[in-house]
Design a protein. Structure first.
Length: 381
């Protein structure tokens, strides 16, 4: 078995401090330290590609750049890295989304993955003209994915659903290969329509419960899914250095910013977001290590994924093995700043996993992408 690792493109900006935003909250001022230019995002993407990451997640929402456009631009500066593009079904028609994905596959050489985001915040959805409530958005997502998948299979689609209606919808050119669909959310639609179910970085016992729930639902549909997890990482040569970096980030959190972000996130309709908030009890700085090497500090100022693996390279390796033992096969990771942290993980943890037979470079040592990015700016190894 070879585990799969993806990195993250910070289209809300990057910094040596945590950049907040997401789930209805705006990006914090630190996002202006390193603006999300195509040049900078391409640096990150090329580094991830060279180190052996399979793909990179591009987020969606009012707090960041549009996901599709910078991803398409960055793809031209990479060779084999795939792009896990987040998109919301309520914002484009299913036939257009199917066509966009098909076009992306041809133009990128088959390097598109799709992360379906139903949208957990009604107030943010309304700003985009979507006035359905959360439950209705989930049902619409099911109809959306049914249409898209049938179009990708080359079918002519007629559907008069509860929310979506298409007549004689077809694609002139179907994608090859068909993009894999990733999804995270508390809805049974994952069991019927997606390839990979994503969860945020909760303690292993809670992750195991989610996996068991979705796996049971998928079995009823006659399907088998893969499972992935979304985490930040702070990995160093020693535990002391890793926790010193975590504490440096924590000390940079302005109390007023924490209070403002937590007030915004408290409005969230997302069950996943509420579970993230519960890990640090709605903004408390105490007892943030909620499981060995699992730190909930990021969630004080950032919506969505709010936990990080913190520790020595050996400790982080062990935590990844712990999640893999539960059935997690894919890891979507990030860290601040994203350029430096991709090297810390790629040069510190991936070789250890490789030595234990749990990971191999997806391109092979002799066939890695030709573009190499020198690592500069982090502390000396």
């Amino acid at each position: 078995m070879s585990l799969t690792f993806h990195w993250f493109l910070p289209t809300n900006g990057d910094s040596r401090h945590v950049v907040g935003g997401g789930h209805g909250t705006p990006t914090t001022v630190s996002g202006s330290d390193r603006p999300p230019t195509v040049a900078y995002l391409s640096q990150i993407a090329r580094a991830a590609e060279a180190l052996g990451f399979v793909g990179a997640l591009t987020p969606t929402g009012a707090w960041c750049e549009d996901a599709w456009l910078p991803t398409a631009m960055v793809a031209q500066h990479t060779e084999r890295l795939k792009f896990l593009v987040a998109f919301r079904p309520g914002f484009v028609s299913p036939a257009l989304a199917a066509q966009m994905a098909s076009t992306f596959q041809r133009q990128s050489g088959g390097r598109l993955l799709l992360n379906v985001v139903t949208g957990g915040e009604s107030h943010e959805q309304r700003a985009y003209g979507d006035f359905l409530d959360k439950d209705a958005r989930y049902r619409r997502t099911g109809e959306f994915l049914q249409i898209v998948r049938e179009l990708w299979e080359g079918k002519s689609v007629d559907l008069h659903g509860e929310y979506l209606r298409v007549t004689d919808a077809t694609l002139a050119r179907v994608p090859d290969p068909i993009p894999e669909v990733y999804f995270g959310g508390s809805s049974p639609i994952a069991a019927r329509h997606v390839d990979v179910y994503l969860t945020w970085g909760e303690p292993p016992a809670q992750v195991a419960e989610k996996i068991a729930w979705i796996r049971k639902l998928a079995a009823k549909e006659g399907r088998t899914l893969r499972f992935g997890i979304r985490l930040h990482v702070i990995t160093r040569d020693t535990p002391e250095r890793a926790w010193a970096e975590a504490n440096r980030l924590l000390n940079g959190f302005d109390p007023e910013t924490v209070a403002s972000v937590q007030a915004g996130l408290a409005r969230s309709e997302s069950e996943g977001q509420q579970r993230m908030l519960a890990l640090h009890r709605g903004g408390s700085r105490d007892a943030l290590e909620i499981h060995p090497n699992l730190w909930a500090g990021i969630g004080l100022v950032r919506g969505g994924a709010g936990t990080a693996l913190v520790g020595s390279h050996d400790e982080v390796t062990e935590r990844i093995k712990e999640y893999a033992a539960l059935g997690i096969e894919e890891f979507v990771l990030s860290g601040y700043p994203h350029l430096e942290e991709v090297y810390w993980f790629g040069e510190g943890v991936l070789p250890r996993l490789q030595a234990q037979g749990l990971w191999q470079h997806p391109f092979g040592k002799q066939d890695a992408p030709s573009v190499q990015v020198p690592f500069a700016g982090a502390e000396s190894r």
